[in-house]
Design a protein around this ligand. Structure first.
Ligand code: IMP
Ligand code: MG
Length: 178
């Protein structure tokens, strides 16, 4: 499928993201102080850049695992039906867990993943989303920590794609059709 022509306008610079992650990492360190080991769960694929930067700021023992939930396909709308495409490799029963998401939009994805992981009885489970679009919410869920609240714009970069493109941009930009 081909996309109509578009340009990308920078919305959040790489520097601003990095500064925010430093602050978030401090809050997470405080919240999980004394943990034996924190299981940091990245939701593929959009969180791969965020999780990479976040764990390198965390002064805690961490284990990194990934889970892939079904996404948009190439569309710009959520399918609202979430399927698990790739499950965790490790056990989380009795463990401290931090779920890392790129964007909370309708909320269906995070809601589903949190429900699934809670059923495995972690000791503690918290969530962090780099971006939040509260005006789009359809399911009542909020990440424990949010990097930035953004308006209802379709964004790309810093791991986030439009039809699998633009994940490699170092900043967050909004898609503008031309
Ligand atoms: P939700 O289930 O509607 O909350 O959707 C969350 C997922 O949709 C995110 O993890 C992203 O992968 C994707 N998504 C939501 N908004 C955007 C966007 O603006 N650009 C690219 N992907 C998005
Ligand atoms: Mg995603």
């Amino acid at each position: 499928m081909t996309q109509p022509p578009y340009v990308i306008d920078e919305m959040i610079s790489a520097k601003t993201i990095a500064a925010r992650i430093e602050d978030l990492a401090k809050e997470i360190e405080t919240a999980f102080a004394g943990t034996e080991k924190l299981v940091v769960v990245g939701l593929l694929r959009g969180s791969f850049v965020f999780i990479a930067d976040l764990v390198r700021e965390l002064d805690l023992n961490v284990e990194v695992d990934f889970l892939e939930a079904s996404s948009y396909g190439d569309a710009m709308e959520s399918s609202r039906e979430v399927r698990i495409l790739k499950d965790l490799r490790g056990e989380i029963n009795g463990r401290d867990v931090l779920v890392v998401e790129d964007i909370v939009d309708t909320g269906f994805t995070l809601h589903h993943v949190v429900g699934l992981l809670r059923s495995r009885k972690p000791k503690r489970l918290e969530t962090i989303a780099l971006l939040d679009k509260p005006s789009r919410r359809e399911v009542d869920i909020k990440a424990t920590w949010t990097g930035f609240q953004i308006p209802d714009e379709f964004v790309v970069g810093y791991g986030i794609d439009y039809a699998q493109r633009n994940r490699n941009l170092p900043f967050i930009g909004k898609v503008r059709f031309t």
